[in-house]
Design a protein around this ligand. Structure first.
Ligand code: FAD
Ligand code: SIN
Length: 539
């Protein structure tokens, strides 16, 4: 079966939905998503979206904060675009119906309540209480569902991109993308969706680690899919560990938003002593890499399994009003944040690297765009400034859809009959699945133990050997077995782990989110550059 459209969008988070909504003005869109349409990192975003709206704030200040956090690796042009186009994108969201938290302030155009987060010099975080992602996701989905040109297919997993390789069996650097092979997770049928433009918006890879703030969908599919197709992948070593997730065996690394620290919460050790003053002048509101490493260090010194976040000094009704989600979740675990200190630990949260794209979202493969967390626009460099991720997705999804809409008229499609049907001859049903199911845990444990907040040559070497072995086993199994959604995720998880480990091993310095005890200093002479991985030799 071969289905056709102008734009194939893979992923229904903020990036995929924004791309689809804009692209639908220029052609037919099929948007596929592997679970329910709401299931995405976007849906769980708490803190908000960074944007210069306040009279006393300035583009230059937001640019400076982003560049400082990025530790010399951010692309200045991309950062300028991000910051300067931000206000228009927030206006789009408001026009589409997103209901952000308001205040009496007349110093910004929409009377928004603007929060503060680590690394920001000003209050510039637009938010909907501490449920920003849910509000944005629901509004975008409502809009996308109302547009006739968009067909949304839930429970459909992208398996692999269709490229020239499938037409000619040679993998060339100037290869073009013609769509994707897709598994319908309900009927188990695999079919091809042929498209003029394909946009990968598959989000992040938190599930590569044992402890993560990310939901189950974040298995790194887009990185692995693009890598297999020959795309250039960049800066995968920069994994952001969020400093504060709830320490409780049943809490599943529930995020305690940085906005709470923006609201005055202070990090303390088990004896109630503030410790961040030892590490950074901004104390509890220092950039995340510093805070996560400081917590890791304090836990190692004390031997305690967590540190604590303290907001007891704030007005309780104010805390409850601003953070209803965090308050309610903590109450479920027996913690009243207005009266008790909150036990917290770091967990994997965000990946700064990804599919290398230019300022209009183009990857190194023709007609393949990427936006959102799966892409590497150069904005974040070696570390992401808080709440710049949703903004990046908004700004660059719009640019990608505008650019691809311009190009689409010039793209000639190949004959549908030239696209080979999915071939699963010789594969069997997965009775042996049980043998592989524990590989998920193995990958996650290896990555957590050896490729975490603090790295070393020995640890990375160990991780590389283990991941290589696991990849071989999974690949053999994949070749003999009928694909399922779970098997696809496992295959993508191990490939993404491999990309992270090899990028981390390449970078022989410490910078931003990549800290190794073997090269503890930043080395601008040799390493003020991106790490690059590709199966093809690009010019
Ligand atoms: P996602 O929102 O993750 O969407 C990816 C989509 O792709 C999903 O629909 C998924 O099902 C689909 N998909 C994946 N693989 C496949 C496949 N093979 N086939 C089909 N579909 C597939 N950032 C901020 O800026 N501010 C915040 O306050 C903030 N808070 C956060 C809080 C939490 C708990 C988390 C986890 C992240 C937070 N972030 C925040 C980061 C931010 O939410 C994400 O970076 C952003 O939402 C990513 O959007 P996206 O559209 O790229 O991906
Ligand atoms: C948070 O609310 O702390 C998350 C913000 C982000 O990831 O940018």
């Amino acid at each position: 079966m071969n289905t056709q459209c102008d734009f194939l969008v893979i992923g229904s988070g903020i990036a995929g939905l924004c791309f689809a909504i804009q692209a639908a003005k220029s052609g037919s869109v099929i948007l596929i998503t592997k679970k329910n349409d709401t299931e995405s990192n976007t849906n769980y975003a708490q803190g908000g979206i960074a944007c210069v709206l306040e009279r006393g704030d300035s583009f230059n200040s937001h640019i400076k904060d982003t560049l400082t956090t990025g530790k010399g690796l951010s692309n200045e042009e991309s950062v300028r675009i991000l910051v300067e186009e931000g206000p228009d994108r927030i206006k789009d969201l408001i026009d589409w119906g997103v209901n952000f938290s308001k205040s009496d302030a007349t110093s910004n155009p929409y009377h928004l309540h603007l929060g503060k987060e680590g690394g920001h010099s000003e209050n510039r975080i637009v938010h909907a209480h501490d449920l920003t992602g849910k509000e944005v996701e629901e509004t975008l989905l409502k809009r996308a569902h109302s547009i006739k040109n968009i067909t949304m297919l839930e429970h459909h997993s992208a398996i692999d991109l269709i490229t020239d390789y499938h037409l000619s069996h040679t993998l060339q650097p100037d290869t073009s993308c013609h769509g994707a092979y897709v598994l319908d997770n309900i009927t188990k049928i695999i079919f091809s969706i042929q498209s003029k433009i394909t946009c990968l918006a598959t989000g992040g890879a938190g599930k590569v680690y044992l402890h993560t703030t990310n939901p189950d969908i974040a298995t790194g599919d887009g990185f692995a899919i693009a890598y297999r197709a020959g795309a250039v992948i960049s800066n995968m070593e920069f994994i952001q560990f969020h400093p504060t997730t709830l320490f409780h065996e049943k809490a599943n690394s529930f995020l305690i938003s940085e906005a709470l620290r923006g609201h005055g919460a202070i990090l303390r050790d088990v004896n109630g002593r503030e410790f961040m003053d030892k590490y950074h002048p901004l104390k509890s509101l220092a950039p995340r890499d510093t805070v996560a490493r400081a917590i890791d260090n304090e836990m190692k010194i004390s031997g305690e399994p967590c540190v604590f976040l303290d907001i007891r000094h704030a007005d309780p009704s104010d805390t409850r009003e601003h953070f209803p989600n965090i308050y309610a979740n903590c109450i479920n675990f027996g913690i009243d944040i207005t009266k008790d200190m909150i036990p917290v630990v770091p967990a994997a949260h965000y990946i700064c690297g990804g599919i290398k794209v230019d300022t209009v979202g183009r990857s190194s493969i023709q007609n393949l765009y990427a936006c959102g967390e799966v892409s590497c626009t150069g904005v974040h460099g070696a570390n992401r400034l808080a709440s710049n991720s949703l903004l990046e997705a908004l700004v660059f999804a719009k640019r990608a859809s505008d650019h691809s809409a311009e190009c689409i008229r010039r793209i000639s499609t190949v004959e549908p009959s030239a696209i080979p049907a999915w071939d699963d001859t010789g594969t069997i049903d997965n009775e042996e699945w049980i043998l592989l199911s524990h590989n998920f845990k193995e990958i996650q444990s290896v990555m957590w133990d050896y490729v975490g907040i603090v790295r070393s040559n020995v640890r990375l070497g160990r991780a590389a050997r283990r991941i290589q072995l696991l990849e071989k086993e999974i690949d053999n199994f994949y070749k003999r077995t009928k694909v399922t959604a779970k098997l696809l995720e496992l295959r993508n998880l191990v490939t993404t782990a491999k990309l992270i480990v090899s990028s981390a091993a390449q970078r022989k310095e410490s910078r931003g989110l990549h800290y190794t005890t073997d090269y503890p200093e930043q080395n601008d002479r040799y390493w003020k550059k991106d790490t690059i991985l590709s199966r093809l030799k690009h010019r």
